[in-house]
Design a protein around this ligand. Structure first.
Ligand code: CDP
Length: 223
């Protein structure tokens, strides 16, 4: 059976996960949020004291990671990704996790482990996968590739709204700094830096609604 891969890459808070989720639902594909995977590993490192005095204990993290895995659960009626058998939610999207995730994501052994898991998780059928290196590394032969960009201030405002709706007390300036810092770290790292694949369609989401961008993406896929 021919399966389809849609790769959605781009900068922080450009709407990748919202749009990828919607595409997956509309097309009846599996949605794979690779940011969730990097965030889960960061949360794991923070909560198991593998980050101490502001330093990542790389050797211990590498050993611990080899014992971990991602899997699918359908217990809630829809497919949910589990890390070590547990589903995670808002705890992965706090500013604390966001402030560590790009440092964790530049470690070669973390990327190797997660890319392997991403390919395994995609084996069951067609997928929409979002992240930073999907079209350039994970699935270079993806059937469709999108690259989302947007003005940093608009992105920070979107993230602020999301966190405030969940009751987190954060300042616009803190979020903007995190978004800009992550973009910089993600784009300048040595391994699998964030960049647009040559064959990816770039969409600037700054002044479009989610519905409008969704329609643009769907028209590409349907064509
Ligand atoms: O939702 P948002 O755009 O803020 O970020 P995310 O998709 O949850 O990803 C969080 C972080 O994980 C990114 O800033 C990257 O450092 C890292 N990441 C990565 O390096 N490669 C991926 N394929 C996905 C995420």
């Amino acid at each position: 059976m021919k399966t389809t891969v849609i790769a959605v890459d781009g900068f922080a808070s450009t709407g990748k996960s919202t749009l990828s989720k919607r595409l997956a639902k509309a097309l009846d594909f599996t949605y794979i949020d690779t940011g969730y995977m990097y965030r889960a590993v960061s949360y794991f490192a923070l909560t198991t004291h593998l980050i101490q005095d502001n330093i990542i204990q790389e050797e211990a993290l590498e050993a611990a990671l080899s014992e971990t895995s991602f899997s699918w659960s359908t217990a809630s009626g829809s497919k949910q990704m589990l890390f070590n058998g547990k589903a995670y939610g808002d705890e992965l999207r706090t500013l604390e996790v966001s402030s560590w995730v790009s440092r964790i994501a530049q470690l070669g052994f973390v990327r190797e482990h997660l890319v392997e898991q991403q390919r395994l998780l995609s084996q069951l059928g067609s997928v929409v996968m979002d992240g930073r290196d999907i079209g350039t590394v994970v699935f270079t032969n993806a059937d469709y590739k999108f690259f989302l960009i947007a003005d940093p201030k608009v992105r920070a405002q979107r993230r602020l709204d999301e966190l405030q709706a969940k009751g987190e007390e954060v300042l616009f300036e803190e979020i903007l700094k995190n978004v800009v810092d992550r973009d910089h770290q993600d784009s300048t790292r040595t391994i699998s830096p964030l960049r647009r694949a040559k064959d990816a369609i770039e969409i600037d989401t700054t002044s479009f609604s989610v519905d409008e961008v969704f329609e643009q993406m769907m028209s590409v896929v349907k064509a």
